[in-house]
Ligand binder design. Structure first.
Ligand SMILES: CC(C)(COP(=O)(O)OP(=O)(O)OC[C@H]1O[C@@H](n2cnc3c(N)ncnc32)[C@H](O)[C@@H]1OP(=O)(O)O)[C@@H](O)C(=O)NCCC(=O)NCCSC(=O)CC(=O)O
Length: 309
């Protein structure tokens, strides 16, 4: 996590919104942001370095390094995946970026998993990092973006079943291009900021329809039902959407993880933070099935099934 924090009071001052309204989007009261001198790729490198210290593998056996996020890497026309590989001493890998906004992390995990399962590489490293808070202008009044925060995570994949903590069972993604211009970047005073296109009704319903349809599709694909899922981890874009999705599946909130009181929306890192909380609180055990629901601009929705080994 970055070392900076931004308070909801600061957002209130800049946006003109009252604390009551902001509390709906930012119940944590403060959220993680990059401090002066910190970068998203630097956080990603640190997350990957800690992961490799905890689970050491021969660096020359890492054949793939994917950096997943929203494509605003901080430096344009540049590869954060290659930079991180260089800094960590990974010299035998193909390194590139996967851009699918807050859905990119699980896309990259599935791509990497497919490659290690196919025997293409012994190990693959996925780094998920974004600098979402830096893309928001509070003065625009686009309240739905005010929880955008910064963070990073790293995942190591291998086909060696004895060495894995989670198995990727399957996934499905769907892009509905009618929403493509809902949000787009614009350069303002040399910085990229998120602008909102003409507001159409129905995006909330599209979240719900896509999350539930993809969940049923993925579960059917692995021969499981909703009742067999131990935990549903959902992107932290909007907690009302999160709760509506669980309700639509007939799933009690106790089978999910809510970190809205803890931080803002950390992009593709949200479900990994949630998984870490399940581990820390000893709420997950061998054999547990986990469904991860993610979404990103485009709009794309994704559902991934994992099993704790
Ligand atoms: C669910 C929505 C799609 C609903 O859109 P609608 O057009 O129907 O309605 P709306 O935007 O006017 O908002 C409806 C009500 O939800 C509230 N609301 C808006 N955003 C919220 C949020 N993040 N958390 C909690 N509440 C939120 C509004 O204040 C309003 O409350 P009231 O009715 O009380 O006045 C959207 O609001 C939303 O949650 N957006 C967050 C996700 C998102 O759009 N991200 C954009 C970047 S995509 C990306 O790449 C990052 C990512 O994936 O998150």
């Amino acid at each position: 996590m970055p070392s900076g924090k931004r308070s909801v009071d600061e957002v209130a001052r800049e946006s003109g919104y009252g604390l009551d309204k902001l509390g709906q989007v930012l119940p944590s009261g403060k959220f993680s942001v990059l401090a002066e001198g910190e970068t998203a790729w630097g956080l990603g490198r640190d997350a990957a370095a800690r992961l490799l210290a905890r689970s050491p593998v021969p660096l020359e056996e890492i054949g793939l390094v994917l950096y997943a996020g929203s494509s605003e890497w901080g430096t344009p026309f540049w590869s954060p995946a290659a930079k991180i590989a260089g800094e960590l001493g990974i010299t035998q890998a193909h390194c590139y970026e996967v851009s699918n906004f807050c859905n990119a992390g699980m896309v990259a995990v599935k791509l990497a998993d497919d490659q290690v399962r196919a025997g293409t590489h012994p190990y693959a490293l996925v780094i998920i990092a974004d600098r979402l808070s830096e893309l928001v202008e509070y003065g625009t009044g686009y309240l739905e973006l005010f929880n955008f925060a910064d963070g990073a995570a790293a995942v190591l994949l291998t086909a060696d079943a004895a060495a894995t903590r989670y198995e990727v069972l399957g996934g499905a993604h769907h892009t509905d291009p009618q929403w493509v211009d809902s949000y787009y970047g614009e350069i303002k005073d040399g910085r990229i900021k998120v602008e909102r296109g003409g507001k159409q009704d129905g995006l909330g319903d599209a979240f719900l329809d896509n999350f539930t349809t993809l969940t049923h599709r993925v579960l059917a694909g692995i021969g499981a039902g909703v009742a067999e899922v131990a935990h549903f981890l959902v992107t932290h874009g909007n907690q009302d959407t999160h709760r509506s999705y669980l309700a639509a599946l007939g799933v009690d909130a106790s089978r999910s993880v809510f970190q809205y009181e803890r931080d803002g929306h950390l992009g593709g890192v949200d479900p990994l933070q949630a998984l870490e909380e399940l581990e820390r609180e000893d709420r997950i055990g061998p054999g547990d099935l986990v469904i991860v629901a993610t979404a990103g601009s485009g709009f794309t929705w994704g559902v991934t099934a994992l099993r704790r080994t």
